[in-house]
Ligand binder design. Sequence first.
Ligand code: G16
Length: 544
Amino acid sequence: MDIRTVSTTPFSDQKPGTSGLRKSVTVFQKPHYLENFVQSIFDSLEGCQGQTLVLGGDGRYYNRQAIQTILKMAAANGIGRILVGRGGILSTPAASCIIRKYKAFGGIILSASHNPGGPDGDFGIKYNITNGGPAPEKVTEAIYARSKVIDSYKIADVADINLDKLSVSRIGEMGVEVIDPVEPYARLMESLFDFDRIRELIKGDSFSLCMDSLHAVTGPYAKNILEQRLGAPGGTVQNGEPLEDFGGGHPDPNLVYAHDLVEVMFADNAPDFGAASDGDGDRNMILGNKFFVTPSDSLAVLTANAHLVPGYKDGLSGVARSMPTSAAVDRVAAKLGIDCYETPTGWKFFGNLLDADKATLCGEESFGTGSNHVREKDGLWAVLFWLNILAVKGESVEDIVRNHWQTYGRNFYSRHDYEEVAKEPATELMERLRSSVGEMKGKKFGAYEVDYADDFSYTDPIDGSVSSKQGIRIGFTDGSRIVFRLSGTGTKGATLRVYLESYEPDASKHSVETQAALKPLIDLAEEIAQIRKFTEREEPTVIT
Ligand code: G16
């Protein structure tokens, strides 16, 4: 095997964001761009020589080319063995599952998650560690530091590997196994959920379901699990063929982008259960017949009903949610007498809590829920969890959520996104808030009095690492809250996220429409942050 050492110069923009390095495809196609980052990963991983790595992606445009490049670079860098998903496909949770199952050293996952794909869309790459989870900040910082000084990379001069057939082969000394991307994941799901009971539910005449894979990676997984293993009728999974450009859509499971599913679920004769997942299969949206379950409520409902599910029937060690996620799950945790952790946005912050068995379930407002079964959030896992609960309780999705509110009170919740706004004024908006939070406590805005205001900082309870500047929180004495953050996953300009939450214990007020219930807080967010002025937008781009 001939190994070439190629001279290169650093790119200054290879700092991983909330979840890996995400850029437009055209940036990744620049000569040496991908190679520099991949070499920076290999250079930063102590002891990776001779080890096993897992490799795969969400099938978006540039996935296949990137996989061939990474295979050749891995061989040149002395990696022992690579397990790659057939067709270059691995959903993010399946990659995590396979890293854990094979006790691999780590994995490289190619995805820009919910961002659009295609030649004009986005691409991304992230490194996951031995526990199957996203690399913590100390690892991503080391990769970034290396990317700033890199002057060469190594690549093997060999032919491409056939990714479409299960096979065992070699590139030089390195073993390459093209593996089934679905089977190990499907088996893990069978070990957690009561498939017999879900099969019975689906078989009956009184239940129907619809899953929208948005032409992204979960198509083959959902067809295998829902249609083949659980007996749902063919066609239950819509948009189930993964396409390089996601059929021109935006593979983000929310009420705006998953419009095909929303049409089905809000039509007359809608199915009883609907779900969607994102580009790389780690997000989920849950719908009932004409009913939307917020991700924050979903986490709370799963926590309250976990004892009904085989994999969790012995109890939960604790739960964790990201800071901007609503406090609905906190109320359930308090009743169960278990700890509830509040972490910064980013699944990587749950890894230590899961490894130390401080938390069993985790969730985020950004349509992510998961558990200690892998170290990533997991879209289909959440779908199966819901189906298991529905099968046992025999109630509708809406009744389960309404009964939940009756018991715990309702946390009205919404996120307003201002996407692709100019970076400088958005940063100025945040800086203004940052400099004013110190004096906000006790301040009155109409009926609202500020209880606390800060820029969220998190000290990891396991390794003591500190992550600061994680979002401006303004909490009021009546339990309501406004949070402001800039997204760490966008690739164009800046995305301002405004998270709004109020608490209503009175069940007679639970049917108020969410935006109406939050109107006073929405107005207050504008008054405090002058969003229109700084974003030059009259309205948010997306409301979830
Ligand atoms: C990623 C992270 C999540 C985070 C989300 C939104 O999700 O893994 O933890 O909540 O981005 O982050 P931000 O608000 O910074 O855009 P995904 O599904 O894109 O990998």
